[in-house]
Write a protein that binds this ligand. Sequence first.
Ligand code: EPZ
Length: 410
Amino acid sequence: MDYIVEPSRLFGKISVYGAKNCALALLGASVLTHDEVILTNCPSIVDVNNMLSILKLMGKRVLVEGDKVSISGHLFTTCIPKDIAKLLRGSSLLLGSMVGRYGSVNLPLPGGCAIGSRPLDIHLEGLNKLGIVVEQSKSTVTCFGTPKGNVYTMRFPSVGATENMLCACCLAQGQSTLINCATEPEIVALEKMLVQMGAKIDGIGKSVVHIQGVEGLHGTQFQIIPDRIVAATYLSCALASGGSITVNCNPKDLFAFLQTIASSCKLSIYKNAVSLQSRSLQGVGQVQTGPYPQFATDMQPLILSLAALSSGSVSIIKEDVFENRLANQCNQLIKMGAEISLKDNIAVVMGGNLVGATVKALDLRGGAGLVVAALGAKGKTRISGIENINRGYVDLAQNLSNLGAKISCS
Ligand code: EPZ
């Protein structure tokens, strides 16, 4: 299945569902208790559905009613099913909770993907610091032992490693201190849910977090935060098309992105929404991706397309998080006539007119970036590999066509 996209203007209002990367972290944490954990505003996307299948196959009771998901019960195995685990990076987010609750986990390595090698060394070094025995083969990682509180400094504020360490430390014996933690909104949501479940966490949203291990955690209900990457995607599509839209989100969660596009549009910022009225695209200046609150790497493919569409401007984009992300995306945009010179992880983009072409979504956010480019290009664009897009977007084509986009599946 491909997308066929033609230049078209977007107008209207769209509501953004729960964040994939929040849902996956909270689903991982649901393993920490056999009580019922209810998540609302849960997106029905491939990655989340695969994570629910993993939990079900391992023994959890899973009930899905619309955007409300209920998980309860015990696991009868700590071996994560290989055929599903390798489909998503999110399966690695079971490491910490399974070690914390069961003292054991066997994870088929999720493998690298188009955006980079994505090793797990920071996760595993952290678990080892808690006294966990870590054994790694070519295809799986096995961890076992009872976590004991300790101090661990991450060499990089890894989102996944922070999530795994938070989960493992909640039920560890004694006090832990995690230093150089990631502080993304999805991490804050996880910390808040863990506290609601009875965890003793001090330093929510901070890069140094103290956790006092407890005997056990109880169930809770938690609303998943809006997906800031999806919100940025819709705003980018509107901007590329010369349209005007309003999208619900937590504006502070995408502040760096909003700052970057502000010169090309009129932005109205509300408590839980952003309205955008396009002006002429002015390029994106100099952008460097990094851990929150720096510019989010997942939004980099979006502004790369906007930069390529900004006639007469020169933009510089440095991708400092995933080693392959930028080159992959530039190669696709160059097929649409983008003028980009790429050296290492820096792209210098001479904005101009793009023309419709046949391109491929090599990863989830790269695919979204191609939709942005296609909405502002001249002529028809065919985007293949949209199964990658469906991993993280609910009905992207339908939602965009509801706003006036000429986008269809074929
Ligand atoms: C999470 O991935 C997100 N995925 C990614 O979103 C997001 O791009 C990323 O965080 C950064 O914000 C989920 O939450 C499921 P990292 P994660 O650990 O946890 C290196 C999307 O499209 N690293 O912060 O894997 C790693 O290779 C996805 O929704 C190690 O070297 O990101 C990367 O270069 C894409 N060793 C950098 O750190 C480790 O042990 C950041 O990775 C861990 C990470």
